[in-house]
Design a protein around this ligand. Sequence first.
Ligand code: F6P
Length: 586
Amino acid sequence: MPPDSLFPAALHWTILASSLIISLAALACVVVLLRRRAPAQPLAAPLLDPAPALREGEKNGRSPDEAFMQWSPEMLRQILANELPDTELIVVSNREPYVHEHGEDGIELKVPASGLVSALEPITRTCAGTWIAHGGGSADRETVDRNGHIMVPPDAPAYTLRRVWLSEEEYKGYYLGFANEGLWPLCHIAFTRPIFRAADWECYQAVNRKFAEAVVEEAKTKRPIVLVQDYHFALLPRLIRERLPEAIIITFWHIPWPNSEVFSVCPWREQILDGMLGSSILGFHIQLHCNNFVESVDRFLESRVDREGAAISYGGQTTLVHSYPISIEWPEAEERVQTAAEARRKVLERYGLPPGVKLAVGVERLDYTKGILDRFHALDEFFHQHSDWIGRLVFLQIAAPSRGTLPAYQALHQECLDLVAEINERYGRDGYQPIVLLPEHHDHTDLSELFRAADLCVVSSLHDGMNLVAKEFVAARDDEAGVLVLSAFAGASRELLEALIVNPFDPSGMGEAFFQALTMPPDEQAMRMRRLREVVRSNNVYRWAGSMLMDAARLRQREQFRDLGTSSAPWAATRPPEDNVVRLRA
Ligand code: F6P
């Protein structure tokens, strides 16, 4: 055989071997995923008929926690090592995983309250990648080297954090302005009007260019995998593609994508879509958001949309549009140092609550998309309908300050204070206030204790990409007690079917769900919670990242086939879109 034909033959066998490994891994996943499939459920179904899902949990005598194969850091490492060898991983987000702030005792290290951070941190740690983010802490500049680098986590360095510096003007225009007064309300459709200013758009473009520069600076190879995070960086995929054409760019949009009619009000809609279509893979939490995105592209860009293959061909490049439901890292058993009863005793004591009360909790950033006012209205309805519960239920609401310089957030804060005062006035009495509002940040340990102390957890988002609080509550309840009341408009409602699913726009319906939760017998709570825990444990954050990386590996393989001239359909997607089971079989 002439030497120049030896190489393709060797490559061919490498590809075949590598396909076999992927197929075996996929087969193992299919077994797991087949077990967790559940049909879509109408809005009020769990309130009316909890039985089918509950019976399933009872069927086998084994603990469900043992019955499921786990996606783990090790699995993720294996996917990288076997399927994407020598590939460097670069994560880009606005929010950094560790912030250094000047405090009373010198420089303090803080972990921000962000679902995005809590999901990506374990992944970047596992993959030893580079994380590029805005350095927004008051002491951030003092803690990095001259290239803006610092190894993190500080107590066990595992990856590089590269901080990008923004001027006050850039921060205002890009983050507060275009991202949070424009795109955030546009995508959430929570009836807060988006504000689009040309000056903010200028800043948004400039900052996206600045981050593209940082990606190019950090890339050590021509073919990194770049994980672009969220609505702060809609233009970044295209800018990276222009500079690193062989990179695999996976963009994950952490918030909802609206229907094309709503999206059409954005003055720069074409540029945003064009920017995002620089991605190789574009991920949303749920299929509905993928569909909305595809519909927007179909309407506003000259493109070819393959709905069956979940792919968009535009400007000579193909972008796959898939759903990857984000999740959390399942807690280690050692993290639960106290029993639920101890947690409850401590929480009641800390907040001076009467010993016999039932406890409802809500935990979020103070944001108008979270439906905080709406749950208070539901509580009002609940007390109105069930007055015997006055004095027996306390609602403890953590509302971490967020984007507090923006008028919409300031107004919400005031409205919350006013409504809480009104309800406490109406139903409070000596030594009893029905709502305790804590407008402050709490760390992971405090929250886990609070979740374990609660009788019910309320997640009443008006619209939410996923909502990880719902999953964190479930993960904290190894005592299999407590009830989750969950908005139908949070992405999590597609997976957490045994929660009490509510419409946050209907205070009286949500009030009745509170009643159902508070009067639910312990064995029904346990059956529901067991099933919810199975789902969250098996659909953990490693599965979220692993699914995207497996798809990236398939893309790389296809590129190799294409280079060999053996690909019959360069247009074909990595997998059909229906659900993860089919996708992993592809
Ligand atoms: O996806 C929404 C998100 O970016 C999440 O990371 C997080 O829950 C929240 O918004 C954080 O917002 P910010 O970074 O503006 O505080």
